[in-house]
Design a protein around this ligand. Sequence first.
Ligand SMILES: Cc1cc2nc3c(=O)[nH]c(=O)nc-3n(C[C@H](O)[C@H](O)[C@H](O)COP(=O)(O)OP(=O)(O)OC[C@H]3O[C@@H](n4cnc5c(N)ncnc54)[C@H](O)[C@@H]3O)c2cc1C
Length: 491
Amino acid sequence: MTQSPALVWFREDLRLSDNPALTAALDHGPSLCLYIFDTSPERRALGGAARWWLSRSLTALSAAIAARGGELLVMRGDPAEILPRIVREAGIEFVAWNRRYDEPAIALDKVLKAEIAASGVTVESFNAALLNEPWQVKSKAGGPMQVFTPYWRAARERGTPHAPLPAPEAIRQAKLPAALRSMTLSVDELSLEPRKPDWAGGLRASWTPGEDGAQARLTDFLDEGLGGYRTERDRPDMPATSRLSPHLRFGEIGPRQIWQAVQMALETGETTGSPADAEKFLSEIGWREFSYHLLFHNPELAKRNFNRRFDAFGWEQDAAGLAAWQKGLTGYPIVDAGMRELWQTGWMHNRVRMIAASFLIKHLLTDWRAGEAWFWDTLVDADPANNAASWQWVAGSGADAAPYFRIFNPVTQGEKFDPEGAYVRRFVPELAKLDAKFIHRPWSAPQAALLDAGISLGSDYPRAIVDLDFGRRRALSALAQLRAGSGSEAD
Ligand SMILES: Cc1cc2nc3c(=O)[nH]c(=O)nc-3n(C[C@H](O)[C@H](O)[C@H](O)COP(=O)(O)OP(=O)(O)OC[C@H]3O[C@@H](n4cnc5c(N)ncnc54)[C@H](O)[C@@H]3O)c2cc1C
């Protein structure tokens, strides 16, 4: 270790363990730990739920750094101005960060790397977020991949991910000149949490942001949740998935750590899960990797149809339908339960995300980008790669997507995956007393059953906003027109 000061710039890697940039900085010398809340116009502003998460996550990171003798310096503004200034004025000789993969971040990092390196300072970037860099997995012809199964096979053939790094025991802090000290803020001063109104009560009750919360969730999942994951992961009425997504999104835990923990739990028998459950779970981590691969090679994934033929698709402008969907008032219980779970907890079960997204895109014929934007604002795990890739997957416009003509029926999906209606009862309490036979189709309940359950359709709970058969036929006809127009397959 030298005595020359280093700087680690935290971004989407809000953890101390398996953080190669942090380890490299501390190996170099006394370090400044920096987080910049990026307000530059190039950056897509975080949604409300993600801002709440970030606030809590920074508080946790700050405490963890302080417990090791360091300090998390929090600033707000344009990193293109702030970072070079700190490097200059604090006499930093080594800068480290972990890579991000969205276009504006890549562009910013390139500029900063060149500028700082030109002043004679060493800059190094690392991979903390992925098992494989997006450019490391290639097709046989050496290009990007567009289909998940061969992608994941090729990724697996690259071998076991390397072992995660331990968290540093101590953090030796570099000196911060007074002029820079005056630029620092407390996490509270970033004002990321909602105040008037404070709508985050459901988020606080549901989550523990931060590295410790992430590790605890992983341990619980391996102890109790992994068993049966393969068959139960589609059941929103069961606690069958890991709920690690927001922790992964903010880098409070990395995929190498998850990978290793799964393998160790299997070896020691400290999990209820079977090798088949583990394989399925890791393949979902694989979908995350694949989404980042797609984003890296298609920087406009959240804005443009991956399949450009969909640019001519005849979307409806249904403002009332969109508003009903957002509020969970479509009259389709599984869709409404999902949208209300999202609003209350900042998260929605994957199966229900698919059903709700399909309903918006197909039955309401609304452009997937309106749904992507709503999820971006309301999900605690709102992710530049996973969200965009998943919306395009449902829309049929994405890589390796569900074909557009595959339209989820919210009634039969509800009956299959929430058979007793426990999930609907939880999030749509006005239907709580309805018999399981009718819970996913309240309009077909006899008047007496509705009366018994205390429901007056149209006042306590909305009538369906669109007829499923009509919606389905309209969607298929829009697809047929697209095909006729482009003279080729749109899916
Ligand atoms: C319309 C739509 C939008 C979505 N938006 C997001 C988003 O913004 N952020 C996000 O993290 N996921 C998104 N997903 C994917 C998936 O729904 C969530 O990752 C999953 O529900 C998170 O719950 P979990 O952590 O319990 O998942 P688990 O089943 O425990 O899976 C473990 C991890 O694998 C990853 N993963 C699982 N499924 C997928 C998938 N289909 N695609 C990519 N990665 C996956 C996640 O990081 C997840 O935490 C979206 C899916 C759909 C259909």
